[in-house]
Design a protein around this ligand. Structure first.
Ligand SMILES: *Cc1c(COP(=O)(O)O)cnc(C)c1O
Length: 497
């Protein structure tokens, strides 16, 4: 199995190369040159396998340059009951009307990014042995909250790696800040930056392109890398849970083998829903892929009109991990749907860069319409959904998952399609406790985060997950605040220790 670039289809690299590099030199994303297929017998065999074994089978189709022993090491190091609060890794909760909530937040940071970031460090160190002479991998992350914490938990104390995370001083929630500044591990570094998320991201980009920093680090056999969501090593792990949930629903006799399901995903950077598309291409029987957005509904408009236009107002919403106007992983979908036409991709994404806008061909637009349905909802609708799902079904949704449930319910009403539907739940409600409390109870809220959480626990008869509760008594380890111009210094100080 080889990987090409969305902007150069002639390129052929191994999966290890794609994972170490992250992004191809000409700016394209790595994509598999063919999509492996599962037979009926293979899918049926998944029914009696554990999550680890299902993951192993999916990875062995895509990462053909990894040995069986290497793949075993990767999946077993990531998907175990030390890292996740359940051996099933992802749980399924059944709601009314054929809706199955796929809970992707049983990992150490209580958000779905753990599903990929728990395994990425192992995929990356294994790849670096093959591709980069076993250099020490120094990860840099700019984060607006969830990714930074998930990357810290994934990389902490993984041999051969270290990680530096930068977050905007006033741009993350109090819980997210606590989660990061109390992070343990000997190879981790966390630093606040004066400014917003863009300042952090620009600072990280500047470090990556700084030749002095690069040569100084290379002297010490250190290679900089990123844990960015466009890395193939983050996408491949997300395919696993869609294959796995199908097998599990067959095993649980909720569906019969061959019966199609819909998959609905609360979408930001288009990584999670793209993984569902790959699962469909691999032979998992999928009817519609339902793309759910909040008020930043650039994808809703794109899927419905074929015009991608980022020139619009940016909204700060109660589902902040979906507050995105450029959905990077969409490039992979368009590459596949355009018949791997790298010239078209260069044209469209060039226009996105210069004009903030592009329009796909009628043929690609039609294919998107066949595969996808798209919808969006406001913060008010999101909160109303949390409220009604809790009061009617006693199930507590987080703000992101509520967007997906709302958009799905609208879809079902509008189309009358009663196909059973898997709805991806991307965060535990306690991660976004204030908005969830407001939705369920309303009224005044205390300033103290843990006081608020105690109120939410009492009102809903649910429990805050252990990893969030644990931050309460942990000491703050990281207090440094810098200007974005000084981020390079922070990285060098940390790595030359
Ligand atoms: C990152 C994130 C999303 C968006 O996922 P994409 O793969 O970027 O589409 C949705 N919900 C939560 C809670 C997230 O952290």
């Amino acid at each position: 199995m080889n990987y090409a670039s969305t902007r150069n289809s002639a390129l052929k690299v191994t999966s290890a190369h794609a994972i170490v590099k992250g992004l191809s030199d000409e700016g394209g994303l790595y994509v598999p040159t063919s999509i492996p297929q599962f037979t009926k017998d293979e899918i049926l065999a998944f029914c009696d396998k554990s999550y680890v074994d299902r993951a192993y089978d999916v990875f062995s189709k895509f990462l053909t340059d990894f040995t069986p022993a290497e793949l075993r090491h990767c999946v077993e190091s990531a998907y175990n009951d030390k890292n996740f609060d359940t051996n099933n890794i992802a749980e399924i909760s059944k709601l009314r009307n054929g809706r199955y909530i796929l809970e992707l937040w049983h990992g150490p940071t209580c958000a779905f990014k753990d599903m990929a970031l728990q395994i990425l460090p192992y995929l990356l160190t294994t790849s670096a042995k093959k591709e980069a002479g076993g250099k020490h991998i120094a990860i840099l992350v700019a984060t607006s909250g969830d990714t930074g914490k998930a990357a810290l938990e994934g990389f902490k104390d993984v041999a051969g790696t270290s990680i530096s995370v930068f977050y905007p001083e006033d741009g993350v929630s109090p819980m997210q800040k606590r989660q990061m500044t109390t992070q343990d591990g000997a190879n981790v570094n966390v630093c606040a930056v004066k400014g917003n998320f863009d300042d952090c991201q620009n600072g990280v980009k500047a470090i990556f392109t700084d030749k002095n920093i690069e040569s100084e680090l290379l002297k010490n056999n250190i290679l900089l890398s990123s844990a960015n969501s466009i890395n193939w090593g983050r996408l491949a792990p997300q395919i696993v849970y869609y294959v796995s949930v199908y097998a599990q629903l067959v095993k649980d006799e909720e569906i019969e083998y061959g019966e199609k399901i819909n998959i609905c995903v609360p979408t930001g950077n288009f990584g999670n829903i793209l993984a569902a598309y790959y699962a469909k291409l691999m032979g998992i029987p999928v009817n519609k892929l339902i793309c759910a957005s909040n008020s930043n509904n650039v994808l809703t408009d794109f899927i419905n009109t074929g015009v991608y236009d980022r020139n619009r107002k940016f909204y700060t919403t109660v589902s902040p991990s979906m507050d995105i106007l450029i959905s990077s992983n969409l490039e992979r979908l368009l590459y596949h749907l355009s018949g791997e036409n790298d010239a078209l991709i260069n044209d469209w994404f060039g226009k996105l860069k210069t004009d903030g806008r592009y329009e796909v061909s009628a043929d690609v637009k039609a294919k998107i319409g066949e595969l996808f349905y798209a919808g969006c909802c406001s913060d008010e609708e999101t909160k109303a959904q949390i409220h009604s799902t809790f009061s009617e079904e006693h199930y507590l949704l987080d703000t992101h998952s509520a967007v997906a449930v709302k958009v799905y319910d609208d879809y079902r009403k509008k189309t009358g399609d009663e196909t059973k539907t898997v709805i991806a739940s991307t965060a535990n409600p306690y991660k976004f406790g204030r908005a969830v409390y407001d939705a369920v109870c309303g009224g005044e809220q205390p300033d103290d985060e843990f006081e608020l959480i105690a109120m939410l626990e009492k009102a809903t008869d649910t429990k805050m997950p252990a990893p969030l509760a644990a931050t309460k008594d942990k000491a703050v380890r990281f207090t440094r605040v810098v200007n974005s111009a000084d981020m390079g210094r922070v990285v060098l100080d940390f790595l030359n220790k």
